[in-house]
Design a protein around this ligand. Structure first.
Ligand code: DGP
Length: 114
């Protein structure tokens, strides 16, 4: 989609520090990391928010979570623990309106998230 930063990274028009990709998702390091490991796992399909998901997107969501799980192991944070975060809409802090799963690891996290 035009004017979508993540679509531009996925298409290669914009540079991203890509760490994994397959037919369904592209994963790259967050430009503003909140933890030693902070990777965004982004479906190739442009879906603006979680509110826009349909049942047909179920496999996209499972592929996204499975990619995050693999990356947590690859990055060496699986055993200590990691956090997966989806932000939905501005009130939850979503700033890029193309759904993405944050993989955060390499430090401890409190609850609730600040
Ligand atoms: P959220 O707040 O959940 O919408 O997360 C958006 C994240 O995207 C935020 O942590 C910063 C990151 N981000 C924004 N622009 C870029 C970019 O151009 N490149 C990369 N790698 N990350 C970006």
């Amino acid at each position: 989609m035009a004017d979508c930063i993540f679509c531009s990274i996925i298409s290669g028009d914009m540079k991203g520090d890509i760490v994994f990709e397959n037919d369904t998702v592209v994963a790259f390091r967050d430009i503003n990391p909140q933890a030693p490991v902070h990777i965004l796992v982004v479906p190739r399909k442009h879906i603006a928010t979680l509110n826009d998901l349909t049942p047909e997107d179920a496999s996209i969501i499972s592929e996204t979570v499975l990619a995050a799980k693999k990356l947590a192991a690859d990055e060496g944070v699986a055993e200590d623990g990691y956090r997966l975060v989806w932000n939905c809409n501005r009130g939850a802090g979503q700033t890029v309106f193309h759904i993405h799963l944050h993989l955060l690891g390499g430090r401890t996290f409190g609850w609730p998230p600040g």
